[in-house]
Design a protein around this ligand. Sequence first.
Ligand SMILES: N[C@@H](CCC(=O)N[C@@H](CS)C(=O)NCC(=O)O)C(=O)O
Length: 259
Amino acid sequence: MRPWLVLHAFGIQFTEKLIPFDGFPESSQFKQTVAKYSPAGKVPFLQCSNSASPQADPLIIWETLAIIEYLVEQNPQFKIWPRNVALHAQARSLCAEMQSSFFALRRHCPTNIDADLPQIGRLIWRDKLLVRKDIDRLKTAWRIMLTLSKGPFLAGEFSALDAFYAPIITRIQTYKLPVSEDTAPYMQRIRQHPSVKKSSKDAIESAVFRDFEEPYRFNSKDIPDPAEFFVKESKKSSFLRDLKIEIRRRHKRADRTRF
Ligand SMILES: N[C@@H](CCC(=O)N[C@@H](CS)C(=O)NCC(=O)O)C(=O)O
């Protein structure tokens, strides 16, 4: 999503190839397709033609930050990073922090753009201290950047930094995690950004239901009461993973429906 947002927001021409996701085992269609292009075996990657490439064309670039740096170098006319040196340095620090941190939030609140899970979010908020810490850190970082840059986006105008944080904003929205009054308008601005809206719309339209990923799409009668289940079962591991296992167990009758 993040390189896509930069490409779209700055009007850089590109062609998107959707690789359907069916899991991460080496035998999955996803992994086998990605392996044909990217040595890291992950998405996103950028395939481009570049005569300076030491390898045979096309040039493949993987890792979000590396893709964005390449876009910055190839498109110096756009302010993909802020021009101000201090803001630029801080924006890069925060992008690197995004890559290397916020593990609790990622683990307990997996991305699901078209789901609305406030009930699960309330339980995560109540029981997962590290998720609360992650949100706290996000709020502080955003507050500082918005004050330094004077907004409306984190580094002034929309930049790679906002693209980096956009996916986490959609997670916060899915689980309705509490945010402070001073950061809520920024999150709203991101959700309303045309590129974020387009990316979300495309993601919803192309989404394929996979029961192993999305336990909340089962009939509600099949879902254990989260309050009771959360306390009993999820001390040792991820709430959603435990919930998936429990639902699969209860769901042997297999009369599920999509909503
Ligand atoms: N640090 C990488 C993370 C890439 C990543 O983990 N991509 C996931 C999908 S969002 C993936 O392809 N995972 C496949 C796997 O782990 O095998 C980046 O920012 O590009």
